[in-house]
Write a protein that binds this ligand. Structure first.
Ligand code: SAH
Length: 351
């Protein structure tokens, strides 16, 4: 670690903030020693608010039908070789029940932008889960909707919403998405969610095509100003049926470095060690926790559809039952000296 890296690291640790230029410099000149230094600081920061707790979110992948055509995503509408499925309300409630039985106090409903899930359908599902399990937090991750829809979901009881911003650079955004999608609408959604009182999650892929260190620095600066309660980042992993099939995957090392930096920017942020990280490295999720993450998202989807929710190639955890998935994660987390906890794991505001 050269002197300048040490200086930038200490500035970040002290101020929880850097300029775009400084973030870019920190990322571009990083080495193993800097990564270790920042990870130690990130772990210390996280410990103040969450100790060694790792929160669990049960992920229910409700549909792989999508009207969008994001260039990176395996369930984009142009992928004719994707076998499509959609879970019924009853299927989804049964998954949530199973999650509750297994100790999960948050479920995440994630899916493609499937027109079947109208506002009324989504609200019915959210109410159904909340009636049966009032203590269970419900997180939605259903993409871009109107402000009115977000209002209705909130009234139905949804607590949190995950919508990765994907990139904080409008030009880069255009290279990852078809012309009918826009950076401005993505940002409008995030602002609406925030205004409506959701615990809001943004995030991005590491190593997505055309991404530069400058872009990542812009993502960090965006996180600094938006101050999300949650932030999902994971390596880009190519999918063979997309225009980005031949692009290289994102780096595990850089993802972990960014997890530490994000923890230092937002000390209390709920930060998952993602499935994509686990896909790129056999101990990817453990490495993510050791870098500063504090959330894991075991799969609660019915086993017979898991392989079909294929956002990228070689996705892990598509074969086991939910109970096995949680068991496996719990022992991985324990092996590195952390503990899985089953409370709701809300954003820490009282400390
Ligand atoms: N339709 C919802 C859910 C999207 S899937 C929405 O728009 O929010 C959740 C996330 O998976 C996406 O936000 C994206 O960042 C990530 N993802 C998609 N394709 C990926 C790929 N090839 N590699 C890694 N992550 C990917």
């Amino acid at each position: 670690m050269n002197e300048r890296e040490k200086e930038l690291s200490d500035l970040l640790i002290r101020e929880h903030s850097l300029s775009v230029e400084e973030y870019e410099e920190l990322l571009s000149n990083r080495d193993a020693e800097t990564a270790e230094y920042l990870a130690a600081a990130a772990v210390a920061e996280r410990k103040k608010y969450y100790g060694t707790k790792v929160f669990v979110r049960g992920l229910i992948e409700i549909s792989n039908i999508c009207k969008n055509d994001c260039l990176y995503c395996g369930i984009r509408r142009s992928n004719r070789n994707c076998e499509r499925y959609r879970l019924s309300d009853e299927d989804i409630l049964a998954c949530a029940d199973e999650g509750w039985r297994l100790g999960m106090r948050t479920v995440v409903l994630q899916g493609g932008e499937d027109p079947h899930y109208t506002d009324d359908v989504v609200c019915g599902i959210v109410r159904g889960i909340k009636e049966k399990h009032p203590e269970c937090a419900v997180t939605l991750s259903l993409g871009e909707r109107s402000r009115e829809s977000y209002v209705k979901f909130r009234e139905a009881g949804a607590d949190r919403y995950l919508l990765r911003h994907e990139t904080a650079n409008a030009e880069h955004y255009r290279k990852l998405h078809p012309a009918e999608m826009s950076y401005d609408n993505r940002m409008r959604c995030l602002r609406d969610l925030r205004d409506l009182g959701y615990q809001t999650g943004c995030g991005f892929m590491v190593g997505s095509p055309y991404q530069t260190m400058r872009n990542l620095a812009e993502d960090l600066r965006f996180i600094e100003t938006f101050r999300p309660e949650m932030c999902g980042i994971g390596p880009f992993v190519p999918h063979h049926e997309t225009p980005f099939a031949g692009e290289p995957a994102g780096s595990v090392e850089l993802t972990c470095f960014l997890l530490s930096v994000i923890r230092l920017i937002c000390p209390r942020v709920l930060l998952p060690a993602t499935t994509a990280l686990g896909t790129m490295h056999p101990q990817g999720r453990e490495l993510g926790i050791l870098a500063g993450a504090n959330v894991v998202m075991p799969n609660l989807s019915p086993v017979d559809v898991r392989k079909q929710y294929e956002l990228y190639d070689n996705k892990i955890c598509t074969g086991e039952e939910s109970a096995q998935c949680i068991q496996c994660l719990a022992s991985r987390i324990a092996s590195i000296g952390y503990e899985i906890v089953t409370d709701r794991g809300d954003f820490a505001t009282d400390v």
